[in-house]
Design a protein around this ligand. Structure first.
Ligand SMILES: C[S@@+](CC[C@H](N)C(=O)[O-])C[C@H]1O[C@@H](n2cnc3c(N)ncnc32)[C@H](O)[C@@H]1O
Length: 359
């Protein structure tokens, strides 16, 4: 029997509200490119602490073209990133924006966040095609802005939390690191977490690994530059077969959910851990249910998950595709399926959950 549906009643005010919200979002989408532009051209750095500048002065200081700089400044002023004084025609970067846009050591540092978002958007036509076929797109298939943006996005959070909060939240790990421990940092990307830990614990040795050759080449460069290549080595290896054994600590930062076979990775971690070793898993903050994650942080992470993490996992064997909002219950299942018997949430921030798993 055919049923005829009543036409839905349209609330004109709600429709208008939604369209106006979309105007804001289109502005925000374009803003990602303009923030990356300001970062790469040195516009924010030149504005920082310089007081009010005209477009001509900013262009002169950065070796850029005034007409572009003027338009960029107006867009930044419309978004509240810079302040405009109509009396003088000058633009100022307020002190809070100066920190967030120019200080890479601040936990509030934002350019990397925008860079990985823009890199993901630039690579999105491939994801649209993959969504038709169900095929994956590997992490290694992305452009430079995804790799570089990833490092610059995560590093401020690791700087702020890893040594002072996350490692001390693990049972007995800091004492071992201080005495001299063997550490494997798996899925290490450009190695910012590996290098941070190595600097803090000079008696310990570190092996960073990642399946992506290009990331490991950068990680090796970073270790050389930091003068740490005697205690920090990097290898190209998937999480199912990274080298070594008897590790006191295995770490995974924002990468378990990107792996095709996280349960296989868990089995391998178990086999490489010392009898009383610890596996620290840092994952994006998420609740177990979709409705727990329908908020601004969840929105950004579901976005990255659709464009980066889910396709990355689908490109690998098994292709479990946990997604960046997997939540504690699913992570626990995967980790304990690998033979780890103890699992707990050790720490959390608005952006991350930190788990401790032990044999
Ligand atoms: C979001 S990035 C995080 C990188 C780094 N841990 C960080 O926090 O900056 C995810 C990383 O997981 C790596 N990865 C994905 N699947 C992997 C696998 N099966 N084995 C090893 N690394 C993998 C990617 O190459 C990428 O470097």
């Amino acid at each position: 029997m055919t049923t005829i549906e009543e036409p839905a009643q349209i609330d004109g005010a709600k429709l208008e509200q939604f369209v106006f919200r979309a105007v804001d979002e289109v502005g925000a989408t374009l803003n990602a490119a303009l923030v990356v532009m300001g970062d790469k051209l040195g516009l924010y750095k030149a504005l920082a602490g310089a007081g009010p500048l005209t477009p001509t002065e900013l262009a002169e200081r950065t070796g850029t073209a005034e007409r572009y700089v003027r338009e960029w400044l107006n867009q930044q002023a419309a978004g509240g990133y810079v302040e405009y004084d109509p009396e003088t025609g000058r633009y100022t970067l307020p002190p809070e924006q100066t920190i967030a846009l120019t200080d890479p050591d601040s936990p509030a540092y934002l350019p990397g966040f925008f860079q990985i978002a823009l890199g993901s958007v630039l690579d999105s036509p491939r994801i649209t095609e993959a969504a038709r076929s169900g095929n994956g797109v590997g992490w290694h298939e992305h452009g430079h802005d995804v790799f570089d943006g990833c490092e610059r996005f995560f590093r401020p959070g690791y700087n702020a939390n890893l040594i002072s909060g996350w490692l001390p939240a693990l049972d007995g790990v800091v004492a071992k690191l201080e005495r001299g421990a063997k550490v494997a940092d798996v899925g290490c990307g450009h190695g910012s977490s590996t290098i941070l830990m190595a600097k803090a614990f000079p008696n310990s040795t570190f092996v960073g690994s990642d399946y992506h050759e290009g990331s490991i080449a950068t990680a090796r460069k970073r270790a050389r530059e930091a003068g740490l290549d005697d205690r920090v080595t990097f290898e190209v290896a998937p999480s199912s077969s990274f080298s070594g054994s008897g590790y006191d600590l295995v770490t995974m930062f924002d990468c378990l959910h990107d792996m095709g076979d996280p349960a296989g990775a868990a089995r391998h971690v178990r086999s490489t851990l010392a009898a009383d070793g610890t596996w620290m898993i840092v994952e994006p903050a998420a609740g177990d249910r979709v409705e727990d994650n329908l908020n601004p942080v969840g929105r950004a992470y579901y976005g990255f998950s659709t464009l980066l993490c889910t396709p990355a996992s689908l490109s690998q064997d098994v292709g479990l595709a946990l997604g960046a909002q997997a939540g504690e219950a699913r992570i626990r299942d995967v980790v304990t399926s690998g033979g780890l018997t103890r699992f707990r949430r050790a720490a959390e921030t608005p952006f991350n959950l930190v788990f401790e798993a032990r044999p």
